[in-house]
Design a protein around this ligand. Structure first.
Ligand SMILES: [Zn+2]
Ligand SMILES: [Zn+2]
Length: 151
């Protein structure tokens, strides 16, 4: 997998936000860039750690920006087995396409280290629900051992 350098991710993040005609702020760009540069879903804490150098974003702003990115469809959030919320750039957004469609893909969760990655390539199964039931969202999580832990 190609590793994007930080400046590349920042430029990509700014381009994505501007393309959708919403106001980009340094904090929004920095947080989306951190999600784009990561190859796994990040917790609030992970994002904070990655922003430490060179950015002055307090915790409240960080929470607000993450929620905003989710509302805009630029990122989605998911909860792992540990119930910790994690954030990931939406698949199509990360690949430079249109806004992502939330949870329309499966996730892999490592039972050893808790790492969660988006399985963007996986096609979601169509699961029929009983007559009169309305589905809101479908979450598919594959659990196992990630490449780092199975070494
Ligand atoms: Zn692992
Ligand atoms: Zn995902």
């Amino acid at each position: 997998m190609p590793t994007r350098s930080a400046p590349d991710s920042a430029a990509a993040a700014a381009a994505i936000i501007n393309k959708h005609g919403v106001r980009s702020t340094p904090a929004r760009v920095a947080v989306l860039a951190a999600l784009l540069a990561a190859h796994e879903a990040l917790t609030h804490h992970d994002v904070e750690e990655r922003l430490k150098r060179g950015h002055d974003i307090d915790r409240v702003t960080l929470y607000r920006v993450l929620e905003w990115l989710v509302e805009q469809g630029f990122a989605h959030k998911l909860a792992g087995e540990d119930r910790v919320r994690r954030f990931s750039a939406s698949g199509r957004v990360a690949r430079g396409g249109a806004q992502g469609s939330g949870h329309a893909h499966a996730h892999f969760e490592c039972v050893e280290c808790g790492r969660v990655v988006c399985l963007d390539e996986a096609r979601m199964p169509t699961i029929p629900v009983p007559h009169g039931f309305r589905r809101r969202e479908v979450e598919v999580t594959v659990k196992g051992c990630c490449d780092r832990c199975s070494r």
